[in-house]
Design a protein around this ligand. Sequence first.
Ligand SMILES: [Zn+2]
Length: 278
Amino acid sequence: MPEGDSVWRAANQLHQALAGQELTASDFRVPRFATLNLAGWTVSEVVPRGKHLLMRVQGPDGQKLTIHSHLKMEGAWQVYPAGGRWRKPGFTARCVLRTAAADAVGFSLGVLEVVRTDAEDSVVGHLGPDLLGPDWDPAEAERRIRSAPDVPIGVALLDQRNLAGIGNIYRCEACFLSGVHPASPVSAVEDLQTLMTDAKQLLEVNLGSGRRVTILNPRGLPVGRQAGRPGYWVYGREHRPCLKCGTHVGHDVLGKPGGEEERHIYFCPQCQPLLPLL
Ligand SMILES: [Zn+2]
């Protein structure tokens, strides 16, 4: 499952390549929209909403549509020079949008649909406040998370109806930074605001290109971008020593939400004691 920062980067790249441009061809390789042809339409903008991508297009007659996609587990949007050779297998392409200068190709998209722009709420209206959005509302996010006090905090943080943008890596890392075991219930977490602020900071420092890291110095700058250094405190580091206390990092599976990958949690049993339901 992607993190909000990768969706933000994809939206940014697509916006740079497509905004203001007229589509010369479109190809939707999903049955429901196979006959839709957006040639002659102009891309207004591409915006991220949590882990969802919204590409807004306007027809010659002023009609407004939104191409809604979600990367889910394997999806990716890539931009090539017009006619450029794709770096992923053609049979995995789900959407191809061409302009005079560029081809944007969505591969293995978990969701691809087209809705009227004034009906976008039908596809993203359920999302909680977006950690990377202009409307980020930490009090509302806390209210939503605390409405289910028995749910493990690690599950609540991935539930995009509570707050949008956190995937498994930042879920694990933000819990570590707060000393909270991801399987502890929401009711046992005293300071949700600090936990969410940490998650937001991790997303923000990773908006640029380069290796994703969550280890920051006291000034909030990443220190693990060099090859050979750990980039994460606990994510993917099971059986290795905790970078704070030396205890072996633990690994377990938790709850449900989305895909398989999201069930895996990493934590330091010493720094993140499992707290009981209050
Ligand atoms: Zn530790």
